[in-house]
Design a protein around this ligand. Sequence first.
Ligand SMILES: NC(=O)c1ccc[n+]([C@@H]2O[C@H](COP(=O)([O-])OP(=O)(O)OC[C@H]3O[C@@H](n4cnc5c(N)ncnc54)[C@H](OP(=O)(O)O)[C@@H]3O)[C@@H](O)[C@H]2O)c1
Length: 255
Amino acid sequence: MTSYLETLFGLGGRTAMVTGGSSGIGQAMATALYRAGANVILVARTASRLEEVAASLQSGPSAPHVETIAADLADRADVARVAKRTDVDILVNSAAINVRPPMDSLTDDVWDQTLAANLTAPFLLGQAFAPAMAERGWGRIINVVSQQAFRAYGNSGAYGAAKAGLVGLTRSQAEAWSGRGVTSNAVAPGVVQTPLTEPTVFNDPAKVAAHAKRAMIGRNGVPDDFAGCAVYLASTASAAVTGQTLFVDGGYSAS
Ligand SMILES: NC(=O)c1ccc[n+]([C@@H]2O[C@H](COP(=O)([O-])OP(=O)(O)OC[C@H]3O[C@@H](n4cnc5c(N)ncnc54)[C@H](OP(=O)(O)O)[C@@H]3O)[C@@H](O)[C@H]2O)c1
């Protein structure tokens, strides 16, 4: 018999694509979706790392499938290759780069690369998958954004502009497709220990302590903080939640 929690949160029979699923927050979200029953497609540039994560997930012949696609989402030809899939029910856009030179020295190239990977790729993948989700009457888009979508924060530059755009794109997607069963929501992390933030924050104990103090829960984020919100926003339980940004930041943005 299907349990009550399974009815609310179970993802059996769904297929989730998670960009950036080979590391940090994306890996934690992909793992959670897989454990909730979804087949998972992991997308990132580094094939060897994708294979490691896929191997860590696969747990038996009757378990959901895991596939990997090595692709550079800043490259339109690679995005087009990823977008050929026709079976995606849940799209998680977690892949991003964070190159943040001071505004005075922000080059066109860094701007173009950042917008391509962090904003245009989520747009293109949404355009590729959401109409088919809408046709099937069910779908979920989860866009991983940032505090910097809402506030300036240490050379926000192109990164903050791209993340602000992604919050706007989330609303546009919600407006377009929610009436046909496809929700789109954003998740805004606080300061989370991942390879992205290791060189800029977590190699400096003073910064680690200052950020932890500012969070209401008294600590910085860890990737596993994103397991529950991923399953919730990917599941039937969140059917009436759309166009929103969920701050999973320990109260950092509210302090
Ligand atoms: N960590 C934080 O404190 C924090 C705070 C706010 C928001 N975020 C957001 O959370 C998301 C995940 O960040 P994270 O901290 O988990 O970073 P992470 O550990 O560095 O993971 C980034 C992932 O994206 C992939 N990726 C990067 N550029 C790509 C590209 N051009 N094409 C395809 N894949 C690409 C990486 O794999 P490859 O390098 O192999 O491609 C990796 O799987 C990002 O959207 C980030 O902006 C993080």
